[in-house]
Design a protein around this ligand. Sequence first.
Ligand code: WTA
Length: 680
Amino acid sequence: MPASVLVPTDGTASVATMTSDTQDHTAKSATYPPPERLVNPEGREKPWVSSMAEYEALYNESIQQPTKFWTRTANELLTWDKPFTHVSLGSLKEGNMAWFPDGQLNVSYNCVDRWAIQDPSRVAFIYEADEPGNATTVTYGQLLAQVCSLANVLRSFGLRKGDTVAIYMPMIPEAAVAMLACARLGLVHTVVFAGFSASSLAERVADARSRVVITADEGLRGSRTIRIKAIVDEALKSCPEVERVLVFRRTGNETVEFTAPRDVWWHEAVAAQRPYCPPVPVSAEDPLFLLYTSGSTGKPKGVVHTSGGYLLGAALTLKYVFDIHDGDIFCCTADIGWITGHSYVVYGPLALGSTSVVFESVPTYPDASRYWKLVEDHKITQFYTAPTAIRALRRHGDDFVNKCDLSSLRVIGSVGEPINPDAWTWYSEVVGGGRCAVVDTYWQTETGSHVITPLPGATLAKPGSATFPFFGVELAILDPTTGAELEGNDVSGVLAIKRPWPSMARTIAGDHKRFLETYLSPYPGYYFAGDGASRDSDGYYWIRGRVDDVINVAGHRLSTAEVESALICHHAVAESAVVGAPDEVSGQSICAFVTLKDGFEANDTLKAELVKEVRTRIGPIATPKTLILVDELPKTRSGKIIRRILRKVVAGEGDQLGDLSTLSDPSIVDVLIREVSTAI
Ligand code: WTA
């Protein structure tokens, strides 16, 4: 086990620190059976899985007869240009997994053409623009024409299969059109969340070697204008290899800079192209996209997902976990800049021929009823959001929910971080009205689709537990130090997966070694998820949070090292240490400790400058909520910063620091506790 993974920078196995700040959930928690309206649906189809016995039968088949299970599901849910004859190759030990390796398909054909051919008037997207009351729809017929025209534009730029395209766009249907146009030609997209700063964008564009960037003039969120094109212009100053910037006109602000011939207006380019473009069949193992995510080190990783296995994972999980049937209106509030947006706004819903809501705004604009009004207006049947939004909306009171008609809802989901049992219960009772199944779905950018989740018509839920593994996912809980698998129930350790599954990431762009080191070598033969977990006496899984230096702020993954590297760029900073602090709304918030170089004075102006440095280098999502200027950081005698102590102090557990004998100067602890208590 490499020391960097579980014994991060401060010489302590972090499982111990991680479990202490979570509640002690036990098998005795309240349980919630699947709601009556799912179990006995009047006038509607039964859920795809309507009892635990059915779940167990399918799960056992997926584990004991994987060839049979995956052949059936991959043929049921996907259309292949060339059928596969083999289900999977490779192992976690070798890191050479491949699924349906001799099969060929086209992802955009699967997501668009199949449904447009059947019924072009079926609605693919409902677009809820930032300003309420402006919803529009995109039918599958319209989507096909838009995807084809844009694919022809990309081809006219000289792009060919395997090239990468960066997408930096607001939450509008055209962002999905851009992704699908890439998929149509076998181009690899890399969507960068439009909240990232110019330098983060530049880093990702350069790492992915994108020669084309697709963007918009401006974005709108909660009536605020985001100058997206200006950020792209700034980023591209350091990316000379970018030849073309395709600009969608979202707001039409005339003052947006436009540099021909590099910059091309989307509407003009598209108007010149034929609205049909034959889909290019690709291997199931050809990459569909890269998505950058934070790991333990400062440099984000370009996680690579493939075409066949990924699409199957997205479609299969959505179908079963949200129990999607014909006519359902599915709404996932995630931005397409994150994996949740990829799998559950775009690829999953479209691969099932479903209707997906694209939500451009924020949950509190114009007021805290926005989500619930959205459900009422569009008769949404399944709704999927993050615990941070649930907690924030709960604070605004039940009236905002109760004044809307939410009777269309059947399944409501949560993703991104552990959901506290009381937030779960509020979601279930107030939003779900006690009539909906709540699905707490655990997964990651790297897993591509859900790996631990309830099934709405079958699982007896326990608030706060993601419950049981999805089909094909064989879980293990390992002893963090020895790596031994902890058998039986009532065990805690680190979460691992014992065999490959179709939608797992295959590599990190340009750095397979890092892929192996991060996920596969820590515990040979297992995929190491980076989360701590326990299995209670009923066999339910409880996710305890990250065991590495990743923090989860409002469901956004950030590495502490990334924020530290940004702070250190400021000329006044000598050293910095960043930890996650518990936060009632965002789960965790960023707490930065900084020491200054000689000659710099600690004051509020400097603090504001340091916060700005982080916002400029990474983006607003990485804004430290607390920044404390200290004279010294806690260090070992050999000079390593002991973040464990900082984590404990910001969590208000300064009295539970354990053994301090490794500290070079133990007196520093009292000073830190005093400083933190005045700052937080
Ligand atoms: C956390 C988001 C508990 C976890 C899909 C994981 C969760 C990280 C849950 C991945 C959940 C996600 N319960 N924790 N239901 N869902 N996480 O890559 O720590 O942005 O490792 O993917 O979020 O974050 P990512």
